[in-house]
Design a protein around this ligand. Structure first.
Ligand code: ADP
Ligand code: MG
Length: 328
């Protein structure tokens, strides 16, 4: 099997008629037709073996995750997924690996009506780069820059379990098997909040998705909006689904680990967003409509900077840095 057989076998499927993709895999370019009044939302994410995932990671999960992290960016903008391209570097042509990868990738793509419309395939160290295209009514995309002082700060779903799984897989902590299995799903099969992002258009004032850790990512939103924030640690601590474990006697589930996971965990792919207090019931309704928990974790402020408050109303130091590929 050569490069072109590989593309034909694993990554070429009929393009759905009547959708945004006018021409799919097989020509020099694919063609996408945005509907009138819509803007295209475009985002790329690269996953590198050894950096973002272990080279022996289950390929089906990897296919899922490679697309999920990109769909999460569309969700954060309130965009509806349309199509994506896949640029793939493979060390060798491994048919079972490719079949499993394509299965995970295309199952998630189908679940979101997001068509694989093209890409590139080359030999090289294992590396996956996906670019997604979504549509959003012109002028309605959720941006990082829209928060005003006094807005509520919200988080969708859970935070911290992906990091907990990573720490367990790296042998730094021990988790009971059932807890590890649940946490691993969060690490390896993240759920992009695509429906929630779209429902939040016109409700949220600003949004982004948490890929590198809550505090670091929230900081991007705060800077873009020119506001500060006060965060309630009693709320963020509850966001880790393995929360129940932390009530146990085991010393390793201490509050420092809990904070490290929830505040700086990374790989969560939840949405952090702000909304005026007047939108509280609309936010709760949006979460209910999409079957996703939404938790209010703080308030934006005219006073710059990020402040963490504990259950006793004491200011806690900012200890947990977010992930940065080029941090010195
Ligand atoms: P070109 O040389 O014109 O860039 P290629 O020979 O690289 O085109 O690719 C042939 C066709 O297959 C193109 O339509 C391209 O978009 C598509 N393609 C290549 N690799 C992939 C992939 N991994 N997934 C989906 N489509 C792919
Ligand atoms: Mg090419």
């Amino acid at each position: 099997m050569g490069e072109f057989d590989l593309i034909a076998r694993y990554f070429t499927r009929p393009v759905p008629t009547g959708g945004a993709v006018a021409l799919g895999v097989g020509d020099d370019c694919a063609l996408l037709t945005p509907r009138p009044g819509m803007q295209l939302a475009v985002s790329s994410d690269m996953l590198v073996a050894g950096r973002h995932f272990f080279a022996d990671t289950d390929p089906e999960g990897l296919g899922h995750k490679a697309l999920a992290v990109n769909l999460s960016d569309l969700a954060a903008c309130g965009a509806r997924p349309l199509a994506f391209t896949l640029a793939l570097a493979l060390p060798a042509l491994d048919a079972p690996w490719l079949a499993a990868f394509a299965r995970g990738l295309l199952a998630l793509a189908d679940a979101h009506g997001c068509t694989l419309m093209g890409g590139d395939t080359t030999r090289g160290p294992l590396n996956l780069c996906i670019t997604v295209f979504g549509e959003v009514p012109a002028g309605q995309a959720l941006l990082r820059s829209g928060a005003a002082a006094g807005d509520d700060i919200w988080v969708s779903g859970q935070l911290g379990d992906a990091r907990l799984a990573l720490l367990a897989l790296q042998g730094e902590i021990k988790l009971p098997p059932t807890a590890l299995a649940a946490a691993r799903l969060r690490l390896e099969r993240p759920t992009p909040r695509v429906a929630l992002g779209q429902v939040l258009r016109g409700v949220a004032s600003a949004a982004l998705d948490v890929s590198d850790g809550l505090l670091g990512d929230l900081n991007h939103l705060l800077r873009a909006s020119g506001v500060g924030a006060d965060i309630d640690l009693t709320q963020t601590s509850k966001l880790i689904a393995a929360h129940a474990l932390f009530t146990g006697a085991s010393a390793c589930f201490d509050s420092d680990l809990r904070q490290q996971c929830t505040l700086a965990g990374g790989d969560d792919y939840e949405l952090v967003f702000t909304a005026p207090a007047a939108q509280r019931s609309a936010v709760l309704q949006a979460g209910a409509d999409c079957g996703v928990a939404v938790t209010r974790i703080g308030t934006t402020s005219a006073q710059p900077g990020l402040r963490l408050w504990d259950a006793q109303g004491q200011l806690q130091p900012l200890r947990h840095a977010s992930f940065d590929h080029f941090a010195p």
